[in-house]
Structures are given as C-alpha cells and as structure tokens.
Design a protein around this ligand. Structure first.
Ligand code: MD6
Ligand code: FE
Length: 181
C-alpha cells in the first residue's frame, strides 16, 4: 500500500503561533518529523491517526545507503507536498536530530523549485539553486547545518505528481538518521 494511503498528509502548524504552514506533510520510517503548537519533534506515530508511520520504502533506504556510503539506515523520510502558487518553506537548519553528524539527503519530484542555501548563520550570503524533478540534495560535513529553504515552486513545470495526487505540485523526500548508530 502506498505510504500516503496509510499515513495521510497532515497540515503542520508553527510552534507557539499555531499558524498553518503553506505545505502539507507526512512521513515514512520508524520516526516522523512533526511541527505543531508545541514545537518541532520526531515521533513514532502520526499526529492525526495515532498509527505508526509506514515503513521506509526499500528503494529509498537503498538510495540512502548508496548515496551516503553509510551502513547505518535512515530512520525518517519526511514527505513534503507543495501545491499552488504560495507554497514555500522558510530558511531553516535541520537540527532536531539527536545525532547531527549524519548527512541529510533529499529528493525533489514534480514541479521545479527555487532552493536557497546559505551558511551556518541566518544572516550572510545565500545562493539560489533551481531544483528540478529527480534532483538530489545532500547536506553533510561543512554544509550539514547550513540554512536553507524553498522560496517558491514553479507551478505546472512538471506533470509527474498529478498522476498520483489531485492538483499535482512538488514533493520533497528528506531522509534522516535521528539517533546515534
Ligand atoms: C525542500 N528541503 O526541498 C526542503 N533539508 O522542499 C529541505 O528542507 C532539506 O532538501 C535538508 C536537506 C535537504 C533538503
Ligand atoms: Fe531542511
């Protein structure tokens, strides 16, 4: 069964303000990343269904192994869905992992996006990179804690997602190891 049939997309909300994000998300793996009024965290259960997340698909675990060269498996695949003109993700660091020494690996599918990446502080120069369907990003070593975000997507630049999800859009799959090996 597809991951999104067992773990439906949910609307994350911002810590403290409870403002909804412009994207929707779900997860696969032993841990899922969630955001709500109480903060950002990893948890074993879907926030709405209470069920554990579906297993991380073998093809993604194999890609993690091949691309990172690690023998320790990923624990989380965060699935972000961007739809419409306004979907974006603010500049952030991936730093909720207990062990931050592992790479973070992502796959972009569907519509193209403007990815912004800077350095280890929020201020300072950033670069804009266009991510197309099939592109892979890996943050590791010096770049592991780089600030990054999605300025905007380019609606209807790909038809891929529309074959599976009403309205199409862009999916980013982010694979992470949370705990020490
Ligand atoms: C996105 N990506 O592409 C958001 N984080 O929609 C991320 O936040 C990200 O692509 C860590 C490593 C790679 C990423
Ligand atoms: Fe990120």
């Amino acid at each position: 069964m597809p991951v999104i049939a067992k773990a439906p997309f949910f609307k994350p909300r911002m810590p403290r303000t409870n403002q909804p994000w412009s994207i929707i998300m779900t997860n696969a793996g032993s841990l899922g990343w969630v955001s709500d009024v109480n903060g950002y965290r990893y948890q074993a259960a879907h926030p709405e269904t209470g069920e554990t997340w579906p297993p991380l698909p073998n093809i993604l675990q194999a890609a993690w192994t091949d691309l990172t060269g690690l023998d320790v498996p990923a624990e989380c695949c965060l699935i972000n869905l961007y739809q419409g003109q306004r979907a974006k993700m603010g500049l952030h660091q991936d730093r909720d992992e207990i062990d931050k020494s592992f790479p973070v690996l992502s796959f972009s599918l569907g519509d193209s996006a403007r990815f912004r990446v800077g350095g280890k502080t929020r201020k300072g120069p950033t670069q804009s990179v266009k991510l197309n369907s099939g592109d892979v990003v890996i943050l590791q070593g010096e770049s592991r804690l780089s600030f990054h975000g999605i300025d905007r997507i380019m609606p209807d630049s790909s038809q891929l997602i529309g074959d599976y999800i009403e309205g199409g859009g862009r999916i980013n799959l982010t694979l992470r190891r949370v705990n020490p090996a």
